[in-house]
Design a protein around this ligand. Structure first.
Ligand SMILES: Nc1ncnc2c1ncn2[C@@H]1O[C@H](COP(=O)(O)OP(=O)(O)OP(=O)(O)O)[C@@H](O)[C@H]1O
Ligand SMILES: [Mg+2]
Length: 273
């Protein structure tokens, strides 16, 4: 069963933070010079505060799509609308969109605390204020006692937690994650998934999460969008029929297996297309 945004559950009410932004893609197209179309007419309506997982075969255009939404790349045609509109990126304004890559991209010469505080430093926030904000987020991701360490002294999972804390320190209204935990072992990945869910519930931002893992998509997201191989088309857009509260035991329940089956079927259809 596919579903439309009109079936969408009420946006999650954030306990704290600015909440999310609605993102609408209409007829979005992107063809790289001399290449074949990567995105050819994509329509997607993502409600404010929704957690949406994006899955699709390698090379289908997921990262391209995320970069278009982030404003790191421009579409050849189509529109991208944010509501409420994002603040102008004027000097001193905090970027309302945060991006987390597969690699943590930390600055090796900066401590964990100063890595997380960097986005606030760049917008002129005072040292005590930015350090307090960075410390609070590091505590939330379980790194409250690692603030003085340097990236080289951390495990891969710890580095990703620092990266996540840095992305959230500006309290973004839209969080874009491109296979952030793909390089980690399964236990670490599951733990980070739970931390991400806790942060989303607390801050209420809209989340667009790209992953290769169908079980990660089903565990995290309210809604999963399965893309075909290039040019990416939407093969399935589904509100997952799972309890709002996600617990580790969910992964072994029949309802979860059923959702995985539907995602798998759409992925295979999209790969054969
Ligand atoms: N800057 C670029 N210039 C030219 N071609 C590009 C550029 N960026 C991406 N592509 C091409 O666009 C297609 C989609 O790439 P993209 O990185 O979006 O895929 P993806 O779905 O994220 O793949 P993966 O799952 O492997 O990360 C690929 O064929 C890629 O080679
Ligand atoms: Mg990619």
């Amino acid at each position: 069963m596919t579903s439309t945004p009109s079936d969408s559950p009420a946006p999650v009410a954030p306990d704290e933070g600015p909440g999310g932004v609605r993102v609408r893609l209409s007829g979005l197209r992107r063809t790289f010079p001399g290449g074949v179309p990567v995105i050819s007419g994509m329509d997607l309506d993502i409600g404010a505060g929704a957690f949406v997982a994006l899955v699709g075969p390698s090379g289908c255009g997921k990262s391209t799509l995320l970069k278009l939404v982030a404003g790191l790349d421009r579409p050849d045609a189509g529109t991208l609308t944010f509501s409420p509109p994002l603040e102008q990126h004027t000097r001193g304004a905090r970027n309302p969109i945060a991006y987390v890559f597969q690699d943590a991209h930390l600055l090796p010469w900066r401590s964990v605390l100063d890595n997380v505080a960097l986005p606030l430093e760049l917008t002129g926030v005072s040292a005590p204020e930015r350090h307090a904000a960075a410390r609070a987020l590091l505590t939330e991701v379980g790194l409250g006692d690692a603030t003085a360490r340097y990236p080289a002294e951390l495990s891969g999972g710890m580095r990703m937690r620092v990266s996540l804390a840095r992305a959230l320190v500006t309290r973004p209204r839209l969080l874009l994650l491109d296979e952030p935990f793909a390089a980690l072992d399964e236990l670490t990945r599951n733990r980070l998934d739970d931390q991400l869910l806790a942060l989303w519930k607390e801050l209420g931002m809209t989340v667009l999460f790209v992953t290769h893992s169908l079980s990660e998509a089903a565990y995290l997201a309210q809604r999963a969008v399965v893309l075909s191989r290039r040019p990416a088309r939407v093969m399935l857009d589904r509100w997952l029929d799972l309890p709002a509260e996600r617990r580790a035991s969910l992964r072994s329940e029949p309802g979860f297996a059923r959702e995985l089956g539907l995602l798998q079927e759409a992925l295979e259809r999209g790969d054969a297309a």
